[in-house]
Structures are given as structure tokens and as C-alpha cells.
Design a protein around this ligand. Structure first.
Ligand SMILES: Nc1ncnc2c1ncn2[C@@H]1O[C@H](COP(=O)(O)OP(=O)(O)OP(=O)(O)O)[C@@H](O)[C@H]1O
Length: 390
């Protein structure tokens, strides 16, 4: 307020002007106070953040009936903790990243999903939803898995009565994308078993110094969640023939394998935990893994033959809107050497081609174009595969 006002003049207009100016000043000061108050609060909360103790990151391993939770803290041990009142326990799931309070006694925050190595290398499905009928061309393999995994899990008494010991572990081997994971999931679904999926290559790389501990934890979880099926994908990453143990990385892989063997030896054939291993490289596996009482049933999962390819096309096409000219016989003929995963890609790609042309129905020419596309994309891969499997 810098305007010079002559108050000696007894003039109403002047007074009004003074009042107006004073009001304006009050408003300006009030606004300034408000902004300073906000600034003060901001610095106060920043200071609080800086002074508050750090939280501990952990991964949920199990949710107990009494409302407590088993977590694996990044600082080391497994802990049994409570859940803070403002967190809904139902929103917690196994594998979830959480923050513990500083004492490590309670979960105080659910952390956003991110690439946690433990989570990434393990998936636990209480109710997997793949059924045998979703799998094309592997009826013999399905039959075998039903006998050696599903039947002993569902009716162990039959085996006890007859005095037969079913295998503890089954090894599936064959090229990538042929349905090994699908098969293992389907057996779990049909046996009402928990499906625990670990990718051996992931934990071999990510858990430096901790591979053996992770194997132990996986089997502990499997026993708790029994009946369960532990599916170890890419088992060659930890189960390759023993090599020169010069580097610490090699020794680490070795320790992980030894722990796996110890776990396999540690339970009985009729316990309700079964192991399914999968590999594309059976040739490099350590024979110790294949000894009786370990992975003592080996099932080959080959690339689908003509009838297999037809079945796989039929499964996917039955869920799509296709025109009458789509001929599964021709599609199966044109896709020699394709895996189930390749065939699924062809079907998806054909759908996209139809969408791109604004068509409401998928035609034979879309499938043919999709086959060529997938073929050229995978050409290099096929070459590699043929070399490996011929
Ligand atoms: N026989 C099949 N019948 C139906 N779909 C299949 C079949 N094989 C593969 N697929 C499809 O391909 C996808 C990948 O297959 P899956 O992961 O089971 O193969 P995999 O043998 O475990 O491969 P990898 O060795 O690369 O892990 C499946 O999710 C499924 O959609």
C-alpha cells in the first residue's frame, strides 16, 4: 500500500479508499500466511521422513490361519509377523512384496509389483486352471502322467495295498513350446494340487549364495501346501553334469543341485508332494538326478506330428470366429516342425491380420499369411532346434 492519501480532507470517499486498501493488504497478508503455513508443513513432513527409521522390505511366503504372515525379509531371516490394521489381509498374496516396520514385527505397507527375483522365479497357483482337454496331441503323455502323478496323489491307498512305489519325480524333456508347463499345470489341476512353478535358471542366477536356501524354502512351502506339485522348469540350469568347480558361480550351482537332491531323497514316494522337472537339454543332465528315487520316470514331449498339430489347431480355432474355408488339415500340413506355442502364435496372428483388414471373421488367407510370418520369424530358431534334436 504505497498510495499517498490525504486524511486531512474530511471526505467519505477518502476513508472508503483507505478501508479498501487496508482490506486488500489484509487479504494479501492472509494469502502469504497460508502459503508460508503450507511451506512449513511441507518441510515438517520432509524432516519427519528424514528422521523416521527405514522400513524393511520382505516377500510374503505364507499366510497362516491365525492371521499372521510368514515373510522372507531382504535383511535375511524368515519372520512370522502381524499385519497392521490399515492393511486388508485378504489383499496379501504369496510372493507379494511388502514393507515391515523397523522392528520387523508387522507388515505396514504393500509394495507395488516389481521384478523381485524371488517372485519372478517362483509362481504359486492354488488352483491352476489348465485342463487335459486344453492340450493337443499328447494323449499318451497325459495318460502316463495320470498314472504316475495324479493317481498316487488322489488314491495313495491303491499303491499301498498293492505294494507299488510310484515315482517321486518325473522329468519332461523336449523342444521349447511343446506344452511341458501346460502338462504339469493340467496334472496339478486335475489332481487338486497346488502348483509351485520355479524356473531354475532364474534362481541359479539371481540368488547368488542363496540357491540352496531357496530350494529348501520351495520344498517347505510344497509340504505346507500339499498336495502339491513342484514344477522345476529349465532344470538343466542347476542339474547339468558336474563340471570343473573352479569358479564360485559353479560351486554355487553345485550346492543348489545338492540341496535339490537332498530334498528329493527326503520324502517318500507316497508323500503328497510330487516333482516334475522340465528341460530342453536332457543330454547335459547330471545322471545323479535320474537315479531311482529321484526323477525316475522320463517322458519325452516331442514336437507335435500331423495329428497333434491338427488337434492343437482345433483347440484354438474352436474359440475363434473363423470362416468356412478354414481347413485344419491344410494348416496342419503347412506347419511341419511347429511347436504348440508356434501354432498358438499363428492363430493369434491370423486374428490380428483380420482385425487390421477390418474383417469380423478370420479367413484361411489370414492363417496362411500368419504361418508364413511365424515361419520367417522363427527360421533361425528352427535351424538351431533341428541341429539339437536330429
Ligand atoms: N500341445 C499343446 N496344446 C495346446 N497348446 C500348446 C501345446 N503346446 C504348447 N501350447 C501353447 O504354447 C504355450 C507355451 O507352452 P508351454 O509353456 O507349456 O511349453 P513348454 O514346453 O513348457 O516350453 P518351454 O520349454 O519353452 O518352457 C502354452 O501356453 C500353450 O498356449
Amino acid at each position: 500500500m504505497s498510495g499517498e492519501i490525504d486524511v486531512s480532507r474530511d471526505n467519505n470517499e477518502d476513508y472508503e479508499q483507505i478501508i479498501k486498501l487496508l482490506e486488500e493488504k489484509i487479504n494479501a497478508l492472509q494469502a502469504e500466511t497460508e502459503s508460508l503455513r503450507k511451506e512449513l508443513n511441507y518441510y515438517k513432513s520432509e524432516l519427519e521422513k528424514l528422521l523416521s527409521p527405514p522400513l524393511i522390505e520382505a516377500v510374503v511366503l505364507d499366510i497362516l490361519d491365525d492371521g499372521k504372515v510368514v515373510v522372507r525379509s531382504t535383511s535375511g531371516p524368515n519372520l512370522i509377523v502381524t499385519v497392521s490394521n490399515d492393511i486388508d489381509i485378504k489383499s496379501l498374496k504369496i510372493g507379494q512384496s511388502v514393507a515391515l516396520n523397523q522392528r520387523g514385527s508387522a507388515i505396514v505397507k504393500i509394495l507395488p509389483e516389481r521384478e523381485d527375483p524371488f517372485v519372478k522365479s517362483m509362481e504359486v497357483l492354488e488352483k491352476p486352471n489348465v485342463r487335459y482337454e486344453d492340450i493337443g496331441g499328447l494323449s499318451q503323455q497325459i495318460q502316463e502322467l495320470r498314472e504316475v502323478i495324479e493317481l498316487p496323489l488322489k488314491n495313495p491307498e491303491i499303491f499301498k495295498e498293492l505294494g507299488i512305489q510310484p515315482p517321486k519325480g518325473v522329468l519332461l524333456y523336449g523342444p521349447p513350446g511343446t506344452g511341458k508347463t501346460m502338462l504339469a499345470k493340467a496334472v496339478a489341476t486335475e489332481s487338486n494340487a497346488t502348483f509351485i512353478h520355479v524356473v531354475a535358471s532364474e534362481f541359479a542366477q539371481k540368488f547368488v549364495g542363496e540357491g540352496a536356501k531357496v530350494v529348501r524354502e520351495v520344498f517347505e512351502l510344497a509340504r505346507k501346501k500339499a498336495p502339491s506339485i513342484v514344477f522345476i522348469d529349465e532344470i538343466d540350469a542347476i542339474g547339468a553334469k558336474r563340471i570343473d568347480l573352479g569358479t564360485s558361480g559353479e560351486r554355487e550351482v553345485q550346492r543348489t543341485l545338492m540341496q535339490l537332491l537332498a530334498e528329493l531323497d527326503g520324502f517318500q514316494p507316497l508323500d503328497n508332494v510330487k516333482i516334475i522337472g522340465a528341460t530342453n537339454r536332457i543330454d547335459i543332465l547330471d545322471p545323479a538326478l535320474l537315479r531311482p528315487g529321484r526323477f525316475d520316470r522320463i517322458i519325452e514331449i516331442p514336437l507335435p506330428d500331423f495329428n497333434g498339430r491338427k488337434e492343437i489347431f482345433r483347440i484354438y480355432i474352436s474359440k475363434m470366429k473363423v470362416s468356412r474355408d478354414v481347413d485344419i488339415n491344410i494348416l496342419a500340413k503347412l506347419t511341419e516342425g511347429f511347436s504348440g506355442a508356434d501354432i498358438k502364435n499363428v492363430c493369434t496372428e491370423a486374428g490380428y491380420l483380420a482385425i487390421r483388414e477390418n474383417k469380423r471373421i478370420i479367413e484361411m488367407n489370414h492363417f496362411i499369411e500368419a504361418i508364413n510370418k511365424v515361419k520367417s520369424k522363427r527360421k533361425e530358431e528352427f535351424k538351431g532346434r533341428e541341429e539339437k534334436y536330429t
